[in-house]
Design a protein around this ligand. Sequence first.
Ligand code: ADP
Ligand code: MG
Length: 422
Amino acid sequence: MDVLTKDLLVNFLLMILPLLFIQIVYFYSYRNRLQNKEGKLAAIFPAISILLCLSFPFTINEGFLWDLRATPIILGTLYGGYPMGIFLTVFTIFSRGLLGGDGVLISTITLLLMWVFYFIFMKKFQRSQIPGKILIATLLVSFLVICNLTLSYIIFDVMMPLDVWITFTLINIVGLMIALILWEIIRSNFLILNDLIRAEKLSVVSHLAASISHEVRNPLTVSRGFIQMALQDDTHNEKQRYYLDTALKEIDHATDIINDYLTFAKPATEQHTLINIKEEINHSIKVIQPLANMNNVSIIINENLPENAMLRAEQKQFQQGLINIFKNGIEAMPEGGILKVYAAQQIDGYAIRVTDQGVGMTAEEMNRLGEPYFSTKEKGTGLGLMVSYSIIRAIGGTIKVSSAKNQGTSFDISLPVYEVKK
Ligand code: ADP
Ligand code: MG
């Protein structure tokens, strides 16, 4: 193995080293709920990679450093976006500048030229699957390397043997591919772990719900019976009658809540039927209307659905899923406001959007939505959205949230088309 290859392999190892440390930071930030800072932290790793590459380069001619820094720069920029790209470009030009030599000029020109490619390919890259990403990143790294070599030749007459050109370009490309694949593996591992923890918590909740709901329901039924018997007595005055009525209503309310969580806890008995989306939305709004009135919230409905927009789902559950989202919207506006419910047909399904003008959420809070027991409310259960999410997902739908602190929140529900009868 010639010296060039050996040197570049060492360089390669140093380049991917920081990638492995990212995992540790990921776990740390997950454990400490630092998701929002992750973006800023992530910039450290390509920067360390670049420094390591620069520290152990391969030199043929005085003033020129050959190394694999192209990979952390390109991948860092493509994954991290424009701000990260600017940081990495400036950082590299600066660090390379400190080392001096004619290569500084070449390196600077190339790095700036790369921005043409970033502008063209950034969006495409971020939307692509892994093969597409590899293709784009390979194209970029090839351009960077060849541009570097060519400019060195044109401007400073640096002549490298052809086999060095080829080896250098190839090691750059292979190095980049390996780094990209490693990064994708680390990322997907982390996402899987995230889901796993969530699922684990979910199963605990549903077991708990199933076991306590029976225990609580029985005493409630007995109490209800006695209150009803008491009501049949004529000896009560107006006031006592009112007390008993209220107690009865509240017990019914408690039973309703338990029933709703119970339906969630026993998916085995689910009975999916064809339900009319419009009717279900209207019904759910009717149920939530008293709460809205109490909070000075007016609900504006804008439905653009065909009469026969049907869905295959369990009726009570679907309503519950919507009600929980409406309820959160109303609760987010303690001073009152407007809750907009918008429903429409789309090419591939139906969309329901619920928008409030309430307190909104931070990125970190949004990240935790749907997690059991996550609540920022004094009397919150942190179960509402978990139920909504699992119901909507069970019927093949998705929920997306967008929110800005103190401005409001939008829940976008997409539902699959079941059947449109003429
Ligand atoms: P709970 O309502 O009992 O707190 P949820 O699961 O319904 O539980 O909601 C979890 C948390 O998500 C809430 O405590 C709140 O912080 C946040 N949240 C949900 N919906 C909204 C909304 N529309 N606006 C602001 N925050 C919301
Ligand atoms: Mg709630």
